[in-house]
Design a protein around this ligand. Structure first.
Ligand SMILES: NC(=O)c1ccc[n+]([C@@H]2O[C@H](COP(=O)([O-])OP(=O)(O)OC[C@H]3O[C@@H](n4cnc5c(N)ncnc54)[C@H](OP(=O)(O)O)[C@@H]3O)[C@@H](O)[C@H]2O)c1
Length: 298
């Protein structure tokens, strides 16, 4: 529970809007005084999960008592929504804090509100939010990055009282790089699982994309327990040039579409193996030479 209960409005009743509203009301004890979204369906779905005093499709219905606004619309709508809010005459902008939750956009898209005197921030939940029913226990574990106006860091500590250790400040100029890391950790893992499933089926195994998830989980467990670099096993880590060549040849013949993905990951894996000191500089450059010779091969 936070020390002070803030009056909060959510604009954008989607997946992240619902998750944030649950966290803010059910964990932190704040009051959701309004939810604004484009469609009745989204608003109804939201209200089934979180109570709000005002529910509307118009931004003009934001109540004057609002102290904190979370803009949880799609990225492309954030700036325009902020500009609309900045024109509302009933709000006390000097007492207003506004966040958006985009991973890649900075708080600059909230400039219209900062110019009115509001504190603004981009507060990004580092989570893959794909549905509306996360439990409070799951939500409590989510980490965030935060970037924004000067006072936003202290204010956020108040709003997220007791959970401020889950919030990591990030420099505005680093958000794109940070977002690339998140895309690797989330989207590209999914893309990898899809590729794994397709390779297995190419090998005539009648299994689904999830078949090797236990192996993925074992690798993650090792990375967690031993550290990422120490968790590396496999042919590259063992310095097995012949197996690497066998793989590259097989893909060139039987599944050339996957060759670029395999080659890119092999290059990164050679870097990790070298970092782990399990292969010499000589072997690493031999391996890199071999992989490079397959890049662009059909
Ligand atoms: N999903 C994730 O894994 C994730 C993780 C971290 C951060 N984020 C960020 O969180 C934000 C929301 O993402 P999301 O995944 O929750 O998207 P989402 O499920 O598509 O929800 C966005 C909601 O915003 C509403 N909306 C769009 N334009 C609007 C407008 N002009 N006025 C009012 N409401 C509007 C939509 O309304 P209607 O449905 O009513 O049409 C929709 O419900 C984005 O900035 C995203 O980058 C997402």
């Amino acid at each position: 529970m936070a020390l002070k209960s803030f009056n909060i409005a959510i604009v954008g009743a989607g997946r992240v809007g619902t998750l944030m509203a649950k966290f803010l009301s059910q964990v932190l004890g704040h009051r959701i005084i309004a939810v604004v979204s484009r469609s009745d369906e989204s608003i109804e779905r939201f209200l089934k999960r979180v109570k709000a005093d005002v529910a509307s499709k118009s931004i003009h219905d934001l109540p004057s008592e609002v102290e904190v606004i979370f803009i949880t619309t799609s990225d492309s709508a954030i700036k325009e929504v902020a500009e609309k809010i900045s024109k509302l005459e009933n709000l006390n902008f000097k007492n207003l804090v506004v966040y958006h939750t985009s991973g890649v956009l900075t708080s600059d898209v909230l400039d219209s509100l900062h110019r009115c005197g509001s504190e603004v921030g981009s507060l990004h939940p580092i989570y893959s939010v794909s549905h509306f029913d996360y439990t409070v226990d799951e939500i409590k574990k989510i980490k965030f990055t935060l970037e924004g106006s000067k006072k936003i860091y202290d204010i956020t500590k108040w709003i997220f009282y007791n959970f401020d250790s889950n919030i990591f400040p990030i420099d505005k100029s680093c958000k794109v790089l940070y977002h690339i890391a998140c895309v690797f950790a989330s989207n590209y893992v999914i893309a990898l699982l899809n590729a794994i499933g397709e390779i297995l089926r190419k090998a005539n195994l009648n299994v689904d994309d999830k078949f090797l998830i236990p192996l993925v989980e074992a690798s993650l467990k090792n990375a967690d327990e031993l550290g990422v670099v120490n968790a590396l096993t496999g042919p590259i880590e063992r310095g097995d040039l012949e197996t690497l060549e066998l793989h590259l040849n097989e893909l060139k013949d039987k599944f050339p579409e996957i060759l670029p993905l395999y080659s890119s990951l092999a290059i990164e894996t050679i870097r990790v193996a070298f970092k782990k000191k399990s292969i010499s500089v000589n072997l690493a450059s031999q391996m890199l030479g071999l992989v490079s010779s397959y890049i662009g091969k059909k």
